[in-house]
Ligand binder design. Sequence first.
Ligand code: NAD
Ligand code: SER
Length: 306
Amino acid sequence: MEKSLVIGAAGQIGTELVSELRSKRGIANVIAADLRVDNLASPFYELDATNESALRDLVLNEGVTEIYHLVAILSATGEKAPKRAWELNMKTLLNILDLAKERIIQRVFWPSSIAVFGPSTPKIKTPQFTVMDPNTVYGISKSAGELWCQYYFENYGVDVRSIRYPGLISWKTMPGGGTTDYAIEIFHSARKGIDFRSFLGPDTRLPMMYMDDAVRATIEIMEADPDSIKIRTSYNLSGVDFTPRELFDEIKKIYPEFNITFKPDSRQKIADSWPGSIDDSEAKLDWGWNHKFDTKAIVKLMSDNI
Ligand code: NAD
Ligand code: SER
């Protein structure tokens, strides 16, 4: 019997991944862990994932077989505290990969990001294998993390699986300090009837995905036959792509009085270094990935639920 541990379970993705895993596998078989536990439902633990021995004890005591490792400092917050972001993002990943190296756990999921790409990367339909010159500490940590995953797979046979999430759009939990967060904040403004001030310019195209697609991709790659997982750095994953102007135009069809202004801040530089759209042919070919939600559907679901 599998026993899953989701670390970073109180965050934007963790909240929804835990509830989907529990509905598929049973509540007792999915343990949630985070530094913040106020919103977690049992079974849960307060855990600092940088604390290697506390992590090891939890895993051994609970008989955990697989870990979904969602702890990270994201792009915008990372630029404010680069060394803290590097230390957290790398140390926690290595702690978990070591548990798999020792065969204490069988499988690891660790998300990468579109942030692994940089200013020299082709922007449209960015291929799986291409120039990668990330210029944020978050992107650098994700790029290094991808290579560590491949290293542990090749040298120690660790079954680690990863996808490069685009910006994720959801309504259950607020996002955690990323550059793509505007695409969630805009719905909260529309709902409250407040004009929205976008921190990205009107024509900044970024790859995005509805949370239900991201959670399904996460579970699908973890349930795939290990032989089908040919890429052990991280898979490109594509959903939709739009600019702030295009998203606003779609939302305005639901809230005709809604207004937007544009005041780009430091996050514009980060967004400008990322792709506008992603080619995810390898994920489609290797483990049958396909997204379901288009921009129109996302706007409807966000507007109905926020
Ligand atoms: P989030 O910031 O919402 O959640 C991260 C969680 O980790 C938080 O609940 C936080 O309390 C917890 N945490 C922080 N330090 C911890 C520690 N030392 N020990 C235990 N828990 C700790 O992040 P998210 O948006 O849910 O992202 C999850 C993962 O997905 C991250 O690796 C992120 O880089 C990646 N990702 C997210 C997006 C996105 O759009 N949300 C896109 C690409 C990749
Ligand atoms: N949504 C994330 C961010 O903006 C991308 O990894 O940081």
